[in-house]
Each structure stands twice: as structure tokens, then as C-alpha cells.
Design a protein around this ligand. Structure first.
Ligand code: FAD
Length: 117
């Protein structure tokens, strides 16, 4: 079908927001289990992304640039880089990844280890 570019862009913005916010909240020093969980999350995000052509395209990017899951900063920088790969393929400007650490705020007041509340 012709698709709906407005809906596709809206889904993209919402998805990138979640994607980068997940990276911004990933531990600085993750356990191997946490690193594996992020790797699985990224691959499943790419595989199940609702826009089929986007999913195919993003899975190709992941093959070329495997997820970096050893720390928060490496995960955030990697996510910024692969989003830029999509930006470039769409003719969009490249985002400056230098300040990525301050850009994505989950709005949650809880500390890293708090559970609930
Ligand atoms: P978006 O690219 O949605 O970005 C939203 C905001 O994030 C920007 O306004 C900016 O503040 C910030 N941002 C921009 N670049 C970065 C970066 N590198 N790192 C961190 N933050 C950044 N659309 C297609 O037409 N074809 C595709 O193949 C395609 N593949 C996609 C694959 C995935 C996994 C996702 C999540 C989306 C995909 N999209 C695709 C949608 C596309 O990437 C955009 O989301 C959509 O075109 C809307 O673009 P936008 O200009 O509003 O900004």
C-alpha cells in the first residue's frame, strides 16, 4: 500500500524516544545479565518494529554495527550512531552525539536501584 508517512514518522519519533531513554537509564557498570538483556532487547526491537521496511533496514544496520552493551555511555553512543545511520539514509541532518547524556530524561525521580514507589 501507499502507507501513511505521518503515522510512520510519529511512530518513529515515539520509538526513538523510548530507545534512547532506555540507553540513558542503562547501568554504567552492567552485569553480564543486564548486558545480555539489552542486546536481546535491541535485536527484538529491530525484529518486531511495526514498520516492515524500517525493521528490515534497521536489522541490516545492526548486522554492520552490533549493539554496544558494556556500559551506559557506550550503549548511548552506539544508539546515537545507528539513529544517525537512519537519518543519513533518509537525507536528514546528523545529530551531534556529544551531548547525548543530557538529552534523554525519563522523568523518573527514582535512583538506579529503587524498586517501585
Ligand atoms: P526522528 O529521527 O524521529 O528523531 C526524533 C528526535 O530525536 C529528533 O527530533 C532529535 O531531537 C532526536 N535525534 C535525531 N537524531 C538522533 C540521534 N542520532 N541520536 C539521538 N537523538 C536523535 N523511516 C523511514 O522512512 N524509513 C526507514 O527505513 C525508517 N527506519 C526506522 C527504523 C527505526 C528503528 C526507527 C525507530 C524509525 C525508523 N524510521 C524510518 C522513522 C524515522 O527514523 C523517523 O523517526 C521519522 O522519519 C521522523 O523523523 P524526525 O525528523 O521527526 O526525527
Amino acid at each position: 500500500s501507499l502507507g501513511n508517512e505521518t503515522a510512520k514518522a510519529e511512530l518513529g519519533r515515539a520509538s526513538w524516544k523510548l530507545f534512547h531513554t532506555v540507553m540513558a537509564r542503562f547501568p554504567d557498570k552492567p552485569s553480564s545479565d543486564e548486558s545480555q538483556a539489552l542486546k536481546d532487547y535491541i535485536h527484538l526491537f529491530a525484529r518486531l518494529y511495526p514498520c516492515g521496511e524500517c525493521a528490515t533496514h534497521f536489522q541490516q544496520i545492526l548486522k554492520k554495527y552490533p549493539p554496544q552493551v558494556s556500559s551506559r555511555s557506550s550503549a548511548a553512543a552506539w544508539a546515537c550512531f545507528v539513529h544517525n545511520e537512519v537519518n543519513v539514509s533518509k537525507g536528514k541532518p546528523v545529530f551531534d552525539c556529544a551531548n547525548i547524556g543530557d538529552w534523554y530524561d525519563c522523568g523518573c525521580a527514582d535512583g538506579e536501584k529503587e524498586e517501585g514507589g
